[in-house]
Design a protein around this ligand. Structure first.
Ligand SMILES: C[S@@+](CC[C@H](N)C(=O)[O-])C[C@H]1O[C@@H](n2cnc3c(N)ncnc32)[C@H](O)[C@@H]1O
Length: 269
């Protein structure tokens, strides 16, 4: 399963859906209670998981603009018959180069899931400035925050986690990535632009029954750790083998820290 393949996004979607912070979701939906229709732009939509998560919670007509630079994911991201009150339009765009085009009017809400940890400080500042200039609210879910707890304990866990977190800060196409610092940075920066914030954890809790998800996450971490060169290949491989053994024996579970954020302009539009 490579990078952001549809297979990987489908595997993680139910875990994301369970993890989404309900207080943050409630704040998003409360802000649009008075509306009859809203225009939502979802940045880096993948196959549309944010739309699927928010759709049943928003009791209004929704026009979704789904933006991604991966046309294969976008082709799977259209509105499905299970969605209610939705018109969805796909927009193929490199958000690093053409953020302005993604935000062209009309936009009542901008959303993103599992994006902020990929972007740079410069890019996020630019996004915040553009949204603040037009008093547009922003919902960003599932930003990885650097916390990983693994059961059972393995002596190599701490070194692997440190390497994963170092890898998170490398360039993912937007300049040096914010990685685990992304959600905090977003909160502070939106506050400095006069926004009110609701934020909270949205951790993945992956139990011993979720072997496929665990194995995929472990492979991704081992590959990221190997890329950093912070551990020997032998140590990384041995750690992965022990962890895969624990998953096979149904002894393994993991918590992976994420944060959800809803930033609402204090001034009404
Ligand atoms: C971790 S996935 C999240 C997808 C989706 N939001 C979800 O939660 O399932 C990151 C997404 O960012 C998109 N992406 C990465 N770099 C991008 C860029 N420069 N412009 C637009 N989309 C980008 C990828 O194609 C991928 O769909």
């Amino acid at each position: 399963m490579s990078g952001f393949s549809a297979t990987w996004l489908a595997l993680r979607e139910p875990h994301d859906a369970r993890a989404r912070n309900t207080e943050v979701l409630a704040a998003v939906t409360a802000s649009f209670k008075q509306h009859h229709a809203i225009h939502i732009t979802d940045l880096a939509c993948g196959t549309g998981s944010t739309m699927r998560a928010l759709n049943p919670l928003l009791a209004v007509r929704q026009e979704w603009r789904l933006v991604d630079n991966d046309t294969s994911l976008l082709s799977k991201a259209g509105a499905r018959s299970s969605l209610q009150r939705v018109v969805a339009t796909a927009m193929a765009l490199d958000l690093n180069r053409s953020l302005d085009a993604a935000l062209q009017s009309p936009v009542d809400l901008v959303t993103a899931s599992a994006l902020l940890d990929l972007v740079s400080e410069t890019w996020l500042k630019h996004l915040v400035a553009m949204l603040a200039a037009r008093s547009i609210p922003f919902y960003a879910a599932l930003s990885y925050d650097g916390r990983i707890e693994l059961t059972p304990f393995d002596p190599c866990d701490a070194a692997i986690i440190a390497a994963v977190n170092a890898h998170q800060r490398t360039d993912k196409g937007f300049g040096p990535a914010l990685g685990p610092a992304a959600a905090n940075f977003a909160v502070t920066h939106f506050q400095s632009h006069g926004y009110s914030l609701v934020h909270g954890n949205s951790d993945w809790l992956i139990g011993s029954d979720d072997g496929e998800m665990q194995l995929e996450v472990l492979l991704r971490w081992a590959s990221a750790a190997a890329d950093t060169g912070m551990l020997t290949v032998a140590d990384t491989d041995a750690w992965l083998t022990r962890r895969q053994g624990a998953v096979a024996a149904r002894l393994s579970s993991m918590r992976v820290g994420h944060v959800d954020v809803f930033a609402a302009p204090i001034r009404t539009r």
